[in-house]
Structures are given as C-alpha cells and as structure tokens.
Design a protein. Structure first.
Length: 403
C-alpha cells in the first residue's frame, strides 16, 4: 500500500482488510471462510492464524529472487554454458599436474593497463563486448569470479551463486583497482584482471578469505548497464538521492517496468516478468503520496502490478505467493475481479476448495460473462468431484479390509 505523507493513516479498514494485516509484526492469514453476503457487505469477521511454513517460504523465495533479479534466466544459462565451453583458462598445471592459479604465468599473456612506478593492473580480454562503455557513474549488472594466487578454486563467485552483482561504480564497496578495471570494459565484454595489493585490499587484506598483501585475479563479464532514470539505477542510489526524484518520474519508472514485465510474460518468461513487476512494486510501496490524486494514481498502478504478480506466481507454481499479492490488491479494492479470480485459482491449487468457490463465485457475480472465471469454476468442480470419488473409493477399500 502506498504511504500517505505528513498525516496519520485514517483509512478505515473493514473486516476483510484487517484480516490481511500483520499481528505483532508477524504474518497472518484467514483461517475461516465467509459468506458471499458478508464479503459483499464488508462486515465479515475472520479468525486469524499464522502463515503456513509453505507460504512463508514462497514469500521469502519471492523476495530473494526480486532482490537479486537484475538479470534474466536466459542470460544466466548462456553465461554458464559459455563458461563450460571455454573450460578453465584461469588454471594451469603445476609440476605435479595439479591445476592452480599461477599469476606470474598469466601475466605473460596480459597487458598492463595501469601503473605507478610499477605495473598495478593487468588485463586480458576473453570476449569482445558489443554495448555501451562503462563509466564511473554507471550502474551495472556483472559477473565476477575471484581467485588468489596458487588457489585451485575461487574465493568468491557470482556465477556459482547464480546471482550477478548489481553496483553503481562510485559505490565504496568496490575495490579501487576493480573499479578502474571495469571502466575499461563495455556491455557484453568478458576479461581477466590481476590487481596489485596496493589497488586492492593492501596490507590489511579482508580476513578470513583474503590475506594481507594479496594479488587478486578477477574474471569479469558485464551483463547489463542500467540507464539513468531506470529502476535498476534508481534502487542503487542513496536514499537522499532517491528522494530527489519527482512523483511523476517514479510513476513513469514503475509503469515502464510493468510494461517490460508484460513483454517478458508474453514471451513466456514468467519468472523474469514477475521480477520486473515486483521491482516496480518495491518502488511504489515505499514512496510517500502528498495528495489524493497521487494516492489514487499509485493505488491504480499497484492493483495492476499485484494482479500481474499473482498471475505470474501461479504460472511458476507459487500459489501461496499468488495469494499474498491477490490479498494486497484486495486490500485496495475488495471488488477487484482479477484479484478475486487469482485468489480463487490459488486456493484451488492448494486444495482449499471452499475458499476457492467463495472467491471465484464472487468474481463470477461481478463478471458473469467472463469465460476464464467460468472455466476456473468448472475446473474447481471437476477437482472436487474427483477428490470425492477418490475418497469414496478409499472408504470402500478400508471397509472391505475390516469386514
């Protein structure tokens, strides 16, 4: 829900909305059903219970996926496939035939790109880039695999985690030598870099993984550069800089991300679509509204995003996440047909047939001619009949055993 700035929240929540709120900081869900009349009149009373472990797991999985979802599954798969094809250009055999990092050997085939009295940064291009050049203010998504001299495996790898880094290059978290090295690259480029300790972690190191005065080897690939004004760029800014963005600009960014999500959805990339919807939600939910017009604009867009996310969650078999986002939409508009429909479908998947019928029937009352809702009700009825038949057959078998 959007925050309303400089005033107390005076929205009067009815029973349905109160049921969706957290109690004492923990997540809750409705345990008992309601009649359609109660739902319509907003006078229902609900019994509240803790969210199931399954729902909590799906919500956590969703959050982690969104936080790290600055790339597409297609990009990840291509990256991993290319690494397999390329073998291990970093490791060389020692006298015993063991594969290890030999920086002195690697430097023979590398160019010095920075020096002060002595060479400090070496580079070897593994794949030529095809996109924009990285600058000091760029926000980039990139893979990085890091090695120590004499090691046979990396001490850090975004490839192994399948989570590329997202950084704004003027962020102090990037060591100076790596920042300089990355600024020699462009989108799509892959390269090896060796950093002298003086442009890395110096004599202190970074215990326990990096000892003092250690040379570091990085394999870096630039996956994407995020333009100024994009959500990727925006969310890497300090809060004080985020606050300088106008309301209209925030709304424009969020809607652009929604449209990007729609394109992924149509291309059958449901997981990537959901990530983009949730990024837009992340921006809108945390930004204040200063008047009724702004609040309405945010709520209207959030309803679309919540419903789209519920739909993608169903498509990737996360029914509990679908319920969570459907409820968010219903918190804003309890007569939102799409939210009722997706909530009912999710309840069907989890086997909560009574609740599924209530929500789908409510959706059908509001849109009686909608073929998707009618089809969902028909599928629900088929599942109920099939379950009843299975139960009856089990009862017969049990009865025959005890005759």
């Amino acid at each position: 829900m959007p925050a309303r700035a400089n005033e107390e929240d005076n929205i009067e929540f009815d029973g349905f909305q109160r049921a969706m709120e957290a109690i004492n900081g923990s997540m809750t869900r409705v345990r008992t059903g309601v009649s359609l009349n109660q739902l319509r009149d907003g006078g229902a009373e609900f019994e509240l219970g803790q969210v199931s472990n399954r729902e909590a797991d799906e919500i956590k999985e969703d959050e982690e996926e969104t936080d790290n979802g600055w790339w597409t599954q297609e990009q990840l798969e291509r990256q991993l496939q290319e690494d397999v094809k390329a073998g291990q250009p970093i490791l060389t055999a020692d006298e015993d035939g063991d594969l290890k990092v030999d920086m002195a050997f690697l430097k023979q085939d590398m160019d010095v790109i920075y020096q002060q009295e002595k060479p400090l940064i070496w580079k070897k291009t593994l794949a030529i880039g095809h996109g924009q050049r990285v600058t000091e203010n760029s926000t980039i998504g990139f893979h990085s695999v890091s090695y120590l001299d004499g090691s046979d495996s990396p001490f850090d790898s975004s490839v192994m985690r399948q989570r590329p880094f997202l950084f704004r290059l003027n962020n102090d978290l990037i060591v100076p030598g790596l920042r300089f090295a990355i600024m020699t690259m462009c989108v799509g480029e892959k390269a090896l870099f060796i950093l002298d300790p003086s442009v890395a972690y110096k004599e202190m190191g970074c215990p326990p993984r990096i000892p003092g005065n250690a040379e570091l080897l990085y394999q870096v690939e630039i996956i994407k550069l995020y333009e100024e004004g994009s959500i990727g760029n925006f969310l890497t800014l300090p809060l004080e800089q985020q606050a300088t963005y106008s309301f209209d600009k925030l709304l424009e960014m969020a809607d652009s991300e929604r449209k990007s999500g729609n394109s992924y959805f149509v291309s059958d990339k449901k997981r990537d679509a959901g990530i983009r919807y949730k990024r837009a939600i992340q921006v809108l939910e945390s930004r204040p509204c200063f008047n009724d017009q702004q609040e309405k604009a945010v709520k209207d867009l959030l309803i679309k995003l919540y419903c789209n996310t519920a739909n993608t969650s169903l498509a990737i078999n996360r029914p509990y996440a679908a319920m969570t986002f459907s409820r968010k939409a219903l918190d804003i508009d309890k007569y939102c047909v799409k939210a009722l429909y997706f909530y009912g479908k999710a309840k069907t998947v989890t086997g909560d047939y009574d609740d599924a019928e209530r929500y789908l029937t409510k959706a059908a009352e509001l849109r009686p001619e909608n073929p998707d809702i009618i089809s969902a009700l028909q599928r629900l009825n088929s599942r109920v009949r099939a379950d009843r038949q299975t139960s009856a057959e089990l009862e017969k078998k049990m009865a025959s055993i005890f005759k």
